[in-house]
Design a protein around this ligand. Structure first.
Ligand code: ZN
Length: 310
């Protein structure tokens, strides 16, 4: 697999920055931000954080080094020394609740036989940066880091505290964010967050397109169950002392096993499969009812020496 990203970090940068400042200011700082975020992206790709094993602490240390050099308060936290999360914080006036900028620090493994370049060299070729994580998710992390540094350098009096979070192990067990939620939630609590999702690209018309994604795919598993029974009218006519139900159907003892089918919400293929199963079940129920009816009526007619097969 080959990743190539042209100015993706720069596009993310413009987006993140535009959420914080009016448009004219965003235009002015875009070039500086782009240059800085591009360098951060190259550095981050060269830190191999393939998960497993992740070993994201080395990337967290890189972020810490940058933040320390800029005088941005930060810390490394987590339950595994080799897989620490990074949190930096620029305090605002507090009149509004914090904004959380987040991006994961690990990447999925790269099968080198499928790459035309070293996936961790961050090679630049014809204006593209090649490398594992160039798209997911180090471009966003680089952009957010650049924005945080820009905010600090400008000494802006923001109404919101801006928190930068880089969490470990997103690609596998999400143990980084799980640990943070359980043990350090106040450190990342915010009114809203900007995270990965959506795409940015330059359209043939020359326009830069920034797509917005508001939620990640979330499997929602439910189990649909059918409990089925056969109802049958044993005779025709009005109720009598011998047949108190007359032609009113009664439930047979033949109540079927439940048929369960796991459904993942939004999966058309599985829903179609489920509907087909229900159709087949209905056909089987009609067939079973017909056989049952025939068997019982022949059994009633059959008296010795008549054999059951007569
Ligand atoms: Zn991702």
């Amino acid at each position: 697999m080959r990743n190539r990203e042209r100015c993706r970090a720069a596009a993310w940068c413009a987006f993140v920055w535009a959420t914080l400042l009016p448009a004219p200011a965003a235009d002015q700082v875009e070039k500086t931000l782009a240059d800085r975020s591009r360098q951060y992206l190259i550095d981050l790709i060269r830190l191999d954080t393939s998960n497993p094993p992740g070993a994201e602490t080395k990337l967290a240390n890189y972020l810490k080094k940058v933040a320390d050099a800029e005088g941005i308060p930060n810390e490394l936290v987590g339950g595994d020394r080799a897989r620490l999360n990074f949190i930096a914080r620029l305090n605002g006036s507090g009149t509004e609740r914090p904004l959380l900028l987040m991006a994961h620090s690990d990447v999925v493994p790269a099968d080198r036989t499928q790459w035309s370049v070293d996936p961790f060299a961050a090679m630049i070729r014809e204006g593209y940066i090649y490398g594992r994580g160039a798209q997911d998710d180090k471009s966003l992390l680089a952009a957010e880091l650049a924005v945080l540094v820009e905010l600090k350098r400008r000494g802006l009096a923001a109404r919101r505290t801006v928190i930068l979070l880089s969490e470990a192990d997103e690609e596998a067990d999400s143990s980084g964010i799980q640990w943070l939620i359980r043990n350090a939630y106040p450190k990342i609590e915010a009114e809203f967050a900007i995270n990965e999702g959506g795409f940015s690209f330059d359209a043939p018309s020359g326009q830069r397109v920034l797509q917005i994604q508001t939620a990640e795919k979330i499997p929602s598993r439910v189990v649909l169950t059918i409990q089925w029974c056969i109802w049958r009218a044993p005779s025709r006519g009005s109720p009598t002392p011998i047949n108190p139900y007359g032609s009113i159907p009664r439930r047979e003892d033949t109540c079927g096993k439940s048929l369960s089918c796991p459904i993942i919400a939004g999966s058309d293929r599985i829903c179609r499969s489920w509907r087909a199963r229900v159709r087949r079940l209905r056909q089987r129920m009609r067939f079973a009812a017909a056989i049952l009816s025939l068997t019982r009526s022949s059994a009633r007619r059959c008296r010795p020496p008549c054999s059951p097969r007569a």
